[in-house]
Design a protein around this ligand. Structure first.
Ligand code: 5AD
Ligand code: SF4
Length: 348
């Protein structure tokens, strides 16, 4: 039987990891019910590259202070109703060591664009690296190149800085006072000095189109990412985008599957945002090309104060959680938790 256009396009992506802009737009515009083949081939590619192993990255949300005003985010500085917190160095270190004890092989130190002193963060990274055999990922936004260099020197392995949207007009509109070129320069610099880098997009950001998303995928290919994540837009009531529509699970899955086919070796998380709008969301992503889950290990007294978007999945992440729910979720798919650090395949 002759192949249909979806199959032809997906086969091309599977074989060459390249598609034209029109081909990407075509797939993104198809109904998810017509895209079973896309999801299936992305899952096959994930299996071919990573096998059954799922990597866990433990997130520590160590500061909710932020000097930026991103239109979609509950941590934006103009959201005065949010009570801010900042963990001490010892609290961060102890949380990281606890995560290591639980079996996590990566911790992600994440915060708003706080002006956390670079030297203090360097000491924290150094201490964690000395006391535990784990990878450290930083996710603290745009900083000076000197800071990035300092943290790399003391042992930080990876850096997560989502570009959010490659549409310059939307970027400008939703990030007052910020500059798209600077963000991309940060990512390129981080890569150049030896970090494994992660970026990602907010799917269904108001005003975003399939064309924009195709540009996002091209940009991610061009950045030679080690990790790429896509999460749906979720409106937050204390932000200018409060009345906008929640992003769709389907579009997020399409972008996830396309990311896998167009960037076969990248780590792809089943994002917390997707798990927040659909209880099955993370599982669906794991079956559409994703190979990473990022559980939150922040102490529960702080967790509710880190409201990037409402109802952020924040199930108990203590020992029990690690050994039960996540493992159950992963095992139910015939997969297992990886025991290594899960560095980028590009550097091994
Ligand atoms: N919906 C979905 N994702 C969001 N982020 C921030 N606000 C939202 C929202 N309302 C994501 C962005 C950012 C990360 C901290 O959280 O991608 O990089
Ligand atoms: Fe701050 Fe990041 Fe939220 Fe923007 S997305 S307001 S930089 S925490």
């Amino acid at each position: 039987m002759a192949k249909n256009k979806v199959e032809e396009t997906v086969d091309k992506a599977y074989k060459t990891a390249q598609l034209t802009k029109n081909e990407i737009i075509f797939l993104l515009s198809e109904k998810i019910s017509n895209l079973e083949y896309l999801i299936k081939k992305a899952d096959e590619k994930r299996q071919e590259i990573f096998g059954r192993k799922v990597h866990l990255r433990a997130i520590i949300e160590f500061s909710s202070c932020c000097r930026q005003n991103c239109y979609y985010c509950g941590l934006r500085k103009d959201n005065r109703s949010l009570e801010r917190y900042r963990l001490t160095g010892d609290e961060i270190i102890n949380t990281a060591l606890k995560a290591a004890d639980l079996g996590y092989r990566t911790v992600v130190l994440q915060s708003g664009e706080d002006n956390y002193p670079a030297e203090d963060l360097a000491d924290i990274i150094e201490e964690i690296k000395n006391r535990a055999d784990i990878a450290v990922t930083l996710s603290v936004g745009e900083r000076s190149f000197a800071d990035y260099l300092l943290w790399e020197k003391v042992g930080a392995d990876r850096y997560l800085l989502k570009h959010e949207t490659a549409d310059r007009t939307l970027y400008k509109k939703y990030h007052p006072g910020m500059n798209f070129e600077n963000r991309i320069n940060c990512l390129r610099y981080l890569k150049k000095i030896g970090y494994q880098i992660g970026s990602g997009v907010i799917v269904d950001l108001p005003g975003q189109t399939a064309e924009t998303l195709a540009d996002d995928l091209f940009l991610c290919q061009d950045l030679d990412l080690d990790m790429m994540g896509s999460g749906p837009f979720i409106p937050h009531r204390n932000t200018p985008l409060k009345d906008k529509k929640t992003g769709s699970v389907e579009m997020t899955l399409k972008v996830t599957a396309l990311s896998r086919l167009l960037m076969p070796k990248v780590h792809i998380p089943a994002t917390t945002a997707l798990g927040t709008i659909d209880p099955e969301g993370r599982k669906k992503a794991l079956k559409a090309g994703a190979n990473v889950i990022m559980p939150n290990v922040t102490d529960s007294i702080y967790r509710k104060k880190y409201q990037i978007y409402p109802n952020k999945t924040s199930i108990n992440t203590d020992e029990e959680y690690y050994h039960s729910s996540i493992a159950v979720e992963i095992n139910s798919l015939g997969r297992t938790i990886a025991s290594n650090k899960g560095h980028s395949l590009k550097i091994e």
